[in-house]
Design a protein around this ligand. Structure first.
Ligand code: SAH
Length: 353
């Protein structure tokens, strides 16, 4: 049995062929599954075909263990079939609803300020498990989802094959049909993944977690910097923006006394130069056990002003969901559902783009 929610349109065609059905039947199955929500029953196929479909495909759903609701963001805790748990967040902006999706159980990137990495990576999520986070939130909330942020737990570039399938499913015109520009993927700077995404058919908006303007500082808070130094990351970012004629987002989390000086803002402006990119300043969502604190408001504004004066595009990410611990970098995963993942007990926070 194959979980239909993990199959791209093309892969569904291939599975249909392998069970002796015409691949073109995917053209009716996709809308029935994603838009009409009728499953197989209403499809105009012979009983024999319908029986074969029922024998070969399942419609998976993640088990929702808990939710935490606030005015601006709702957090969902999911149990996967092997007992692992992950979280996702429904972010409620004035301009629409956005789902922040997790891509791995745990994370190996080891960014010092991030709670999601406290559990090391147990496994990658399947494309079906990512699709089902979006479908599950749509169903449980009753909200029409307008956009997807691939910014939950995990490093998407470390699970890129499944993430690309997930994007392919979400954007297919006969399926959920999200616009490619309504999906944003955030990476800590895994350079080969940036090129692969740029050259794929699924080149969504790219955000790069920069958080420091030089490799010395970056390496001290983000181990990935030692593998992919900033010049390589910026070269890949430039390739992305030029190939797709799209602005790349550079995320910069404000860590008090660490990366928030005017001097670092100047370095950041110089690093960006004439690149088609803008800086998204993120308030740090501090956890009690974190060694980091968010920079004071005046310092954030000072940093912002230096960038502005130097002609850099800057936005400030509005923080959503801190009251329920559902903000950026603080979503948690657990390997057995017993700890870490409990909504309310964890200190998850998810900022909105
Ligand atoms: N692994 C990917 C996506 C997940 S994190 C990445 O690193 O980009 C999504 C964003 O939240 C990243 O920019 C991350 O650095 C940031 N982040 C992590 N912890 C945070 C925290 N406590 N407060 C605010 N942002 C945080």
């Amino acid at each position: 049995m194959t979980d239909i929610y993990g199959l791209t349109f093309e892969k569904l065609g291939a599975v249909l062929e392998s069970i002796g059905e015409k691949p073109s039947r995917a053209g009716l199955i996709f809308p029935a599954v994603y838009n009409e929500h009728t499953g197989f029953d209403a499809l105009p196929f012979r009983e024999e075909t319908l029986a074969r479909l029922r024998e070969n495909f399942t419609f998976g759903r993640l088990k929702c263990l808990d939710t935490a609701v606030s005015g601006t963001a709702d957090k969902y805790l999911w149990e996967l079939s092997d007992g692992c748990t992950v979280e996702s967040v429904l972010m409620k902006h004035e301009f629409g609803y956005n789902v922040c999706v997790s891509t791995q159980v745990g994370c190996n990137m080891g960014c010092k300020f991030c709670v999601s990495g406290r559990l090391r990576r147990r496994r990658d999520l399947t494309a079906a498990e990512m699709t089902e986070q979006v479908l599950g939130i749509g169903e449980l909330s009753g909200c029409r989802i307008d956009g997807i942020s691939i910014m939950g737990i995990g490093e998407p570039m470390e699970n890129l094959a499944n993430v690309l399938d997930f994007i392919g499913i979400m954007t297919h015109p006969k399926g959920p049909a999200f616009g490619i520009k309504h999906i944003t993927l955030s990476t800590c700077g895994v350079v080969p993944g940036i090129y692969e995404l740029a050259d794929s058919e699924n080149a969504v908006n790219l955000a790069i977690s920069l958080h420091a303007p030089n490799d010395g500082l970056r390496g001290s808070i983000m181990p990935i910097a030692r593998k992919y130094p900033l010049p390589e990351v910026m070269k890949a970012a430039r390739y992305y923006s030029e190939k797709l004629n799209r602005r790349v987002t550079l995320e910069y989390v404000m860590l008090d006394g660490v990366n928030d000086s005017d001097e670092y803002a100047v370095q950041l402006a110089e690093l960006i130069g004439d690149m088609n990119a803008y800086v998204n300043i993120i308030r740090y969502n501090s956890a009690p056990e974190s060694e980091f604190r968010c920079s004071p408001h005046e310092r954030i504004m000072g940093f912002y002003d230096v960038l502005k004066k130097r002609g850099v595009g800057v936005t400030m990410r509005r923080s959503l969901g801190d009251s329920i611990n559902a903000a950026c970098g603080q979503l948690s995963a657990s390997a057995d559902g017993r700890d870490g993942g409990r909504v309310g007990a964890s200190d998850s926070v998810c900022n909105a783009v």
